[in-house]
Design a protein around this ligand. Structure first.
Ligand code: PMP
Length: 352
């Protein structure tokens, strides 16, 4: 034991999915988008001399663009280095009462990591037997609420009315809805920010906009909460957003047609893939995301995970209570998902 040990913030870090180098691998483990970002940024050249200067601390180019896109005032938008950065800032800014914050027992596994790191007390509320959020569980005194809609890794969506009930029943807590996957068939709770002063909506460019590598996320709320978020950000690091992210991120917002087309392609592939999985003995939770969460009736998930990996197909397996017989499989192209089905068919028939 080191004598300085009591001075250290020792944390159990979040474990991200693997990022293998081999380009032959079909990589369906981190919910990336198989189609590139809008081609309109392909031939853009950046004047490298601009990197001499610090970027705009307000990230105005992107903030203004997102405000216009969502019909909001710029004071209602906050951008960060992926939604992970935005969510971490939200935890730091909004969850300070010393009371327990609430989130589901099965959900994005970064929430408890941030809570632990920031010493925020928390309680996980169990999903019901069908992996659904029980809204009444969130009608108790708390220090804040956070969950993704659709939830991850289940993929299950709740309605805007459901979210409104939670927001309405918690007037003295901030409720954060993580809409990382909302574009894949969900209805956003964004209009509720005009009606309630305690709601924050968080989005990302990493999934539906195919820009995980640029690291862009954002929050939308009323100007008061966004100001508190900016105050914390400016007290931590003024220049979180680099210039290429600001420029390229704001450029792709204009290509709505490409965005809608690629999202629809993924939705169609997801529904086709789900039906194919069911035909070979999987039960699949109803997904409104770019991934499915599936369990086979006879073969343990870990065994399938390992066999897929041997065949250069990477999916995600969580060795956690209640979900350790499920695989989370990102939706790739039609060709990739056909390959997955044909490998799964072989794995399943060989195991019988
Ligand atoms: N929320 C959820 C529910 C996610 O699954 C992810 C992706 N890991 C994120 C937030 C963070 O995404 P990013 O930081 O790439 O915006």
């Amino acid at each position: 034991m080191y004598s300085w040990m009591d001075k250290i913030r020792a944390v159990e870090p979040y474990v991200p999915g693997e990022q293998p180098k081999d380009s032959k691998i079909i990589k369906l483990n981190t919910n990336e988008n198989p189609y590139g970002p809008s081609p309109r940024i392909k031939d853009m050249s950046l004047d490298t001399n601009m990197f001499r200067k610090y970027p705009d601390p307000r990230a105005g180019l992107l903030v203004d663009k997102l405000a216009e896109y969502h019909n909001l005032k710029p004071e209602q938008v906050f951008v960060g280095v992926g939604s992970d950065d935005v969510l971490a800032m939200c935890f730091m800014t909004f969850f300070n009462s010393g009371k327990k914050i609430l989130f589901p027992d099965i959900t994005y596994s970064f929430y408890d990591v941030w809570a632990e790191m920031l010493r925020i007390p928390y309680e996980r509320k169990p999903l019901d037997k069908d992996f659904k959020i029980v809204k009444e569980d969130y009608y108790t005194e708390n220090g804040g609420i956070v969950f993704p809609n659709p939830n991850a890794p289940t993929g299950i969506l709740v309605s805007v009315d459901f979210i409104e009930d939670i927001v309405k029943n918690n007037p003295s807590s901030i409720v954060i809805i993580d809409e990382a996957y909302i574009d894949f068939g969900g209805e956003t709770a964004l209009p509720l920010i005009d009606k309630y002063d305690n709601l924050v909506i968080v989005r990302t460019f990493s999934k539906s906009r195919s820009m995980a590598g640029l690291r862009i996320g954002y929050a939308m709320s009323n100007p008061v909460l966004i100001k508190y978020l900016n105050d914390v950000k400016y007290s931590y690091n003024s220049y979180t957003m680099n210039m290429p992210s600001l420029i390229l991120g704001s450029e792709i917002i204009d290509d709505e047609e490409y965005f809608v087309n690629t999202v629809n392609k993924i939705i169609n592939t997801r529904d086709r893939f789900t039906a194919a999985l069911e035909r070979i003995g999987f039960s699949v939770l109803p997904s409104k995301t770019n991934f499915v969460f599936a369990a086979h009736k006879d073969i343990p998930a870990k065994e399938i995970f390992d066999k897929l990996k041997d065949r250069k197909i990477y999916v995600r397996y969580f060795n956690a209570p209640r979900i350790d017989n499920y695989l989370r499989i990102t939706i790739g192209t039609d060709e990739e998902m056909d390959r997955v089905i044909s490998e799964l068919l072989q794995i399943c028939s060989a195991t019988k």
